[in-house]
Design a protein around this ligand. Structure first.
Ligand SMILES: [Zn+2]
Ligand SMILES: [Zn+2]
Length: 277
């Protein structure tokens, strides 16, 4: 049973039309597809839906949901950044636009205690910028930077209540075992504290395959060790490919399902249905 609830089109930082995603999903016999553009943000950037384009995104998504109703279930959502003091509450978007689900993701880490745009660390751009951010914003304190990332995700889970948490350990993407040690006690504690919040809120963790099929990482987000902890804590999981092109809609879907089975899971859960693995 194939599905994908994490997709980006030409409206935000992906390629091609929303309709191309829906049609490709139908051709690949998906049971469902979720549309999850990046929410409009209150500052200039190259990846999110521009404010003026957002109504068009919603209108087109609704049109597609109706047009293809007999062939596939189309769900309308957003991938939302939570930036303390900067981003608007998820609930306003959810209710205002009648969104059916929200993926909560942290790409931008606010230095704790600050509310300045200068103190936002971007973890998802080029590696040089990632390293420079640790130096400039966190005075080179890697642990403080990484703990801020996990703490911000925890706060997002507890205050914004997204349905799914996106690429949970993406902060590790540029690490390559060189910048911090993921086996250290402080790292494990940061992860555990986040997972406890996820278990409490019953948030779904996605196994995000994008880092692997783009060649940026050797492991999916999150990696095997965190996945094992999810299993032990009874956290619900699903597979998403974070597609930025229709051809990426099922990249590594089957392999990721295999990894979930190996880890011990026998079911996967979307916000709308569950299935055997
Ligand atoms: Zn993301
Ligand atoms: Zn994404």
């Amino acid at each position: 049973m194939k599905y994908n609830f994490h997709t980006h089109s030409g409206y935000d930082d992906g390629k091609e039309l929303l309709e191309d995603y829906v049609r490709t999903a139908i051709n690949k016999n998906f049971v469902a597809i979720g549309l999850s553009g990046h929410q409009p943000l209150p500052f200039n950037n190259e990846w999110s839906l521009p404010k003026g384009v957002y109504p068009e995104y919603l209108a087109e998504a609704r049109r597609l949901r109706e047009q293809y109703r007999e062939l596939i279930d189309v769900y309308i959502g957003l991938e939302m950044d939570y930036i303390p003091g900067f981003s608007d509450d998820f609930s306003g978007f959810r209710e205002g636009a009648g969104l059916e689900y929200i993926i909560g993701s942290v790409h931008l880490v606010m230095k704790p205690g600050s509310d300045s745009e200068e103190d936002i660390w971007f973890i998802d751009g080029p590696r040089e910028g990632y390293i420079e951010g640790i130096q400039k914003i966190f005075d080179g304190d890697v642990r403080a930077a990484v703990e801020a990332y996990y703490g911000q995700q925890r706060e997002m889970i507890l205050t914004q209540k997204p349905d799914i948490i996106g690429h949970l350990d993406k902060v590790n993407m540029h690490n390559r075992g060189e910048i911090f040690d993921t086996s250290s006690d402080w790292y494990q504690e940061a992860v555990d504290s986040l997972l406890d919040a996820i278990a409490k809120q019953d948030t779904i963790v996605e196994l995000n395959t994008r880092g692997v099929y783009t060649g940026k990482t050797g492991e999916y987000f999150p990696g095997k060790e965190i996945l094992k902890k999810c299993f032990e804590k009874g956290i619900r999981v699903m597979v998403n490919t974070d597609a930025h092109h229709p051809s990426q809609l099922d990249k590594h879907f089957d392999k990721a399902c295999g990894l979930l089975r190996e880890t011990g899971f026998n079911r996967m859960h979307t916000p709308f249905f569950e299935a055997a693995l």
